[in-house]
Design a protein around this ligand. Structure first.
Ligand code: 26W
Length: 811
């Protein structure tokens, strides 16, 4: 690589004039439009290309440096990267916004309008996918040479719209309007094999005769770090046919079958599976997991061998993180590559595997732990099944040799002889296994991995989740950003712990006034979005009470709706009372096959219809369920929130990350002692958070001794009146029995203990009403939330991974 050529690459100016000239050049020569006829999309593409050039300068320098210095690299393997939009993120990280604004003003263009042309890269379901995206930003900020590896789904998470209050899913199409942030890498193409059979030639050589092969083609997206000091790569794989059109069939008019093989191949990276808890267990999902994992391992070994010649030293220069069990096949695939292709012995290969791989667990929900039927697994991955049998056999032998009173069945990879437990495979094949909050990690040691923890007491570590302060404060909350920069400087952007300097201003009148003004400005903006999307006018001085996350029974949106109805009924009973005006804001998608979750969405919309049109209640209570919740909508809702709903059944939310984003933007949390809520409470102080409900210990106890929800309901007049109203169709006059399934769940099982926590939650909400009325005190408490959650930066989280797991330096 001729470094001289590199040098003049970055003399590309970042002045307004340079950006203006560059934009016109791109508009004319890349987009092929003249300013007079350019659409907003054209201008957006042109400016995007200009900004991208600046990113590429920093990118090349960074990758050149990592290559030169033979630095240890981190590879983050994830089936999901919930990136959202990249345009504003690049501009913010390169700190060229003022120059861009000025360049645009020459043509009377607004940056916001150009940014809004970009479609969200919704390549993820929820927490796990978004965490991966925040981690990419932090690894670049910390100048850790790293690659994200995933799938370039043609269609990301479905678009949600409501039809008569019911969720409707539509295919998402992010690539339709072009995507300037990726580069196709024709040369980075690997063959991925499926099915078939294995032959041995007696000299210990194993041959995999695959039934089907596809190509994995790479697309690279630069991930710009703060101030462009480092830029990493997100490499997403797209599946391509190894055989193109069957011309013979085509010419015989059998057009569809002529393309059959091509379509089958392309299907692998066609669409993201929209479930975020229960695996569908579909063959295509297993093929997706193997497809990207194999391509990624082949690619990183090729890169390693361009810098090193002995594969045995791989662990010294490579650390691979498996984002949940979805890439856990990596344990067997790396074994296959090291033994069948690089001719190492199984024992040597396994030693390298264990030293290179680590696994993050994101959920304790039994139904979310991936188990593949042995029959399906052997059919799709016959060689890997053999390798997994070898690993399982040798691991069990090692366990037995230690004569520890451990349940062998629990630590088997192949359970009950019929299922491949990907969590156990990942645990056995990893040097470190981590949970995502202090409580979650403790519960991992006591439940799903209790036997493994006894066998390997130092393998499980905790790395509490975090969020990137660039996107989730600096970029999404300009008014608060401005106030913080003029008050405590800019250090917090790259070192969020430094935001605690704002605590000193919590009682400062002018700071409080500006802080409240920033929140109010964000609430006015959100009120505008609610009016545009729902035709509903809300009062921006009311309490904005926000619950935004995937719809799931354990996240208990149902509990929130029950409290909303109780408040509604209370206001109707005593309309003259001085009620704290409140707007209940909901956002979230339900997995298409999750009917209870879809009913909960419909109930929220039915309650909204009744409450929002009730003249007795008027502006004292409004309910708004915003459709198609995604990263970009979160960036508008979060800065405008006063109250953050984190009300999961204790012990079931591994961490949560929305809780961190909302607290950082000055919302107070009402929540259970679950996931990272516990650590948020420890840092903001008990007077600045509203904790309620059963603890995870209480829940564990109830699981043992049982729970009578019917007794609770009959003993709670507020709750039983709410359930009577639902069951009698007060919110579904067109179908009075519509919610009998939902109310029956509470009377008959109530596994998620909604009724058990209702009273405590209802009372705590009344405390919130009271607290919010003291606007001055509330603002102080909001400031103390913002100031005391700096620790929840994903930079701190990644520093933890780098030190405890990857053994790489971070700046
Ligand atoms: C195979 C189906 C499937 C897909 C995704 C099962 C499970 C998942 C994810 C693990 C679900 C998920 O997103 N978990 C969330 O991960 C976040 C990041 O660590 C946590 O903050 C959330 O608490 C956890 O629910």
């Amino acid at each position: 690589m001729d470094t001289n050529a590199m040098k003049n690459w970055d003399d590309r100016g970042t002045t307004a004039e340079a950006i203006r000239a560059g934009m016109i050049d791109k508009l004319v020569y890349s987009v092929g439009k003249d300013p007079e006829h350019a659409t907003l999309q054209d201008w957006s593409t042109a400016l995007g290309l200009v900004v991208r050039d600046h990113v590429v300068d920093h990118w090349f320098r960074a990758s050149h440096r990592s290559h030169e210095e033979k630095k240890k690299r981190v590879y983050y393997l994830s089936m999901e990267f919930l990136i959202g939009r990249l345009f504003n993120d690049a501009i913010a990280n390169l700190q060229i916004e003022p120059a861009v604004q000025e360049a645009l003003s020459t043509y009377g263009l607004e940056l916001r309008d150009l940014l809004d042309q970009e479609s969200d890269a919704a390549l993820g379901n929820g927490g796990l996918g978004r965490l991966a995206a925040c981690f990419l930003d932090s690894m670049s900020r910390l100048e850790i040479p790293a690659f994200g590896y995933g799938i370039r789904y043609e269609h990301g998470l479905f678009r949600q719209r409501f039809h008569d209050g019911w969720q409707i899913e539509e295919a998402e199409d992010w690539l339709v309007s072009g995507h300037v942030w990726e580069f196709e890498r024709l040369e980075a193409r690997y063959t991925i094999k499926f099915g078939g059979h294995i032959s041995f030639d007696g000299q210990g050589n194993t041959k995999w005769h695959a039934e089907e092969t596809v190509f994995a083609m790479a697309y690279d997206t630069p991930i710009t770090g703060w101030q462009g000091k480092h830029v990493n790569t997100l490499r997403l794989w797209s599946s391509r046919p190894t055989e193109i059109l069957d011309l013979r069939r085509f010419n015989s008019g059998d057009y569809l079958n002529a393309a059959e093989k091509m379509i089958r191949a392309e299907t692998i990276s066609r669409v993201l599976y929209p479930d975020d808890t229960t695996p569908e267990g579909k063959e295509l999902r297993l093929k997706q997991e193997y497809f990207f994992t194999s391509a990624s391992l082949q690619d990183l070994i090729r890169r390693y061998l361009t810098e090193h010649d002995d594969i045995r030293h791989l662990p010294d220069f490579v650390s691979i993180q498996m984002n949940d069990t979805h890439p856990a096949i990596a344990v067997a695939e790396l074994m296959r590559l090291l033994t069948d292709e690089h001719r190492l012995s199984f024992v040597d290969a396994f030693d390298i595997v264990q030293k290179t791989l680590s696994y993050t667990n994101h959920t304790l929900l039994p139904e979310a732990l991936e188990r593949w039927h042995v029959g399906l697994f052997r059919k799709v991955l016959p060689r890997h099944m053999q390798i997994i049998e070898w690993i399982d056999f040798h691991h069990l032998a090692e366990v037995q040799s230690r004569n520890l009173a451990v349940s062998l069945e629990d630590v088997r990879i192949i359970g009950h002889g019929s299922e491949v437990r990907m969590g156990n495979l990942a645990f056995i094949g990893s040097k470190k296994v981590n949970g995502v909050s202090a409580l979650h990690t403790e519960l991992m040691k006591q439940t799903v991995f209790a036997e493994f923890h006894r066998l390997y007491p130092d393998r499980i570590v905790n790395e509490t989740n975090g969020i990137t302060p660039r996107r989730w404060l600096y970029e999404c909350n300009p008014p608060l950003r401005k106030l913080l920069m003029e008050t405590i400087g800019t250090d917090w952007i790259a070192n969020l712990e430094k935001i605690d300097a704002a605590a000193a201003f919590a009682t400062d009148a002018s700071f409080k006034e500006k802080f409240a003004a920033a929140k109010h400005a964000n609430k006015i903006r959100l009120a505008g979005v609610i009016e545009k999307k729902l035709g509903l006018r809300v009062d921006p001085t009311a309490l904005f009470d926000v619950q935004i996350k995937r719809i799931h029974e354990y996240k208990r949106q149902f509990l929130n709706i029950l409290e909303t109805i109780a408040l509604y009924q209370a206001i109707r009973r005593s309309p003259a009372n001085d009620w704290t005006p409140r707007v209940k804001i909901f956002g979230g998608k339900a997995a298409p096959g999750y009917h209870v979750a879809k009913q909960i969405i419909k109930l929220a919309n039915d309650v909204a219809k009744i409450v929002n049109s009730d003249p007795v209640v008027g502006d004292r209570l409004k309910v708004a369920f915003l459709p198609n919740y995604n990263v970009s909508l979160a960036e508008v809702i979060i800065p405008a929130a006063d109250l953050s709903e984190q009300i999961s059944t204790a012990g079931m939310e591994a961490s949560g990350t929305g809780n961190m984003k909302l607290a950082l933007n000055g919302a107070l949390t009402i929540g259970t002692l679950d996931g990272a809520n516990v650590e948020i409470g420890e840092r903001v102080g008990p007077e600045n958070i509203y904790i309620f409900g059963l603890t995870s210990e209480d829940v564990a106890e109830i699981r043992v001794k049982g729970y009578d929800s019917r007794a609770t309901i009959e003993g709670d007049p507020v709750l039983s009146d709410v359930l009577r109203a639902i069951a009698e169709g007060d919110f579904s006059p067109d179908d009075p029995s519509r919610y009998h399934d939902l109310t029956d769940i509470l009377y008959n099982s109530d596994y998620f203990l909604v009724t058990a926590d209702f009273q405590s939650y209802f009372q705590r909400q009344r405390d919130v009403d009271h607290g919010f009325r003291d606007t001055s005190r509330w603002t102080e408490r909001a400031i103390l939330n913002t100031a005391n959650v700096g620790w929840f930066s994903s930079d701190r989280t990644i520093r933890g991974y780098a030190a405890d797991i990857w053994n790489v330096p971070s700046v």
